[in-house]
Design a protein around this ligand. Sequence first.
Ligand SMILES: [Zn+2]
Length: 432
Amino acid sequence: MLNNTIKHIPKKHRFAIGALMAIMLVLFLLPSEEVKASRNIKVMQLEPGVKYELSIPDIASKVELDDTFFEADDYISHKVKRGDTLASIFKKHKLSAQTTYKVSKAGDDAKQLRRIKPGDMLYLHIDEAGQLTSLQYPLTNTETLQIALSDNQYISSVTTKNVEKIVAFGQGTIKSSFWHAGIEAGLSDNQIMELAGIFGWDIDFAQEIRNGDSFNLAYEELFVDGEFIGFGDIVAAEFVNQGDTFTAIQYTDGNYYTPEGRSMRKSFLRAPINFKYYVSSNFNPKRFHPVQKRIKPHRGVDYAAPIGTPVVASGDGKVIEAGYNRFNGNYVFIQHGEKYTTKYLHFKRKAVKKGQWVKQGQTIGYLGRSGMVTGAHLHYEFLVNGVHRNPRTVELPKAKPIKASEKDEFLLLARKQQDLLNNNKRIMLAMQ
Ligand SMILES: [Zn+2]
């Protein structure tokens, strides 16, 4: 029966179930003490702060939906074609002009029917007397406009379906690039970017990713009526970068925190390169040696990347210089509060002006080879009270912790999510 159910589950979902089965297997293999602890982990529909039990029958039931709006069998379905209007569709199904009029005046929600477009579906229920008793018009994956006949009047409403969430896992070890490892782990492009985004304050995705680095994450998959409609949030993730482990847990506020409750978000990004562009361009920095001869003592970090790669402000601040000279090429300096200054040199083109306020992550220019350079790169400097520091290792201001009143709840969640990640690791090991 289970097998039969699984066949009807979308492929991604099936994989998740495979993983869950493996969890069950591992639970059986673990010493009893640990089984006890692990059984309390959240797996199904993982909503931070809410309890779920892990069991196979639960998963199977997720594909049989309880809250369908209507039995599609009782309805005539009409796929909207180019040039179709409500009137022409109704006419085709032998409904009167008066019905068309009444339906179109069935309240505010009914106005949506003016916006039908090719490919949309309309479902009509017509009784034996040829009277339209109900119309269903799915607006999105989760919302449907309903028009129902009641006391010789049409009434419109929009109903929203439940989105079912299940948690799936991904894990990978970097062999050639983070991007490849992500794809191999079954992640979507967006998820790979999100993962990099979560750790972008701690890890320099532009230049510090090494072979052997690994990641492990739990993420939501969204289902409506048993159909996979897309990925939800990453709910917990771990990234091991050159031996350092970083863990992020999503809390109910949607933000990510360390297991101790410190925000992942910090005043400065680890690298001022738009990691999205960088990661997806699959660029290998080892192939580039942009600066062979250094004219003066090197007081910054060089980022080699394709010309045109967006360079971003590593923190919120004010542009105190945006200019050109023959050494720096096109350059931008940003002041962050009293203490910190960041400098960005050799742009192909600047994207900000002197005096402008910029936000962390905002593009301030595009990587180039202007000024005294031997190859395209970004030269980045980080100054604390006017003294040059290594931006990769400098001690940065401590991030804001989670509210004291919510700390206990968060810590509980964090522990469970970490259990989840650890279980995933064991499964993957067992599968190897
Ligand atoms: Zn440099």
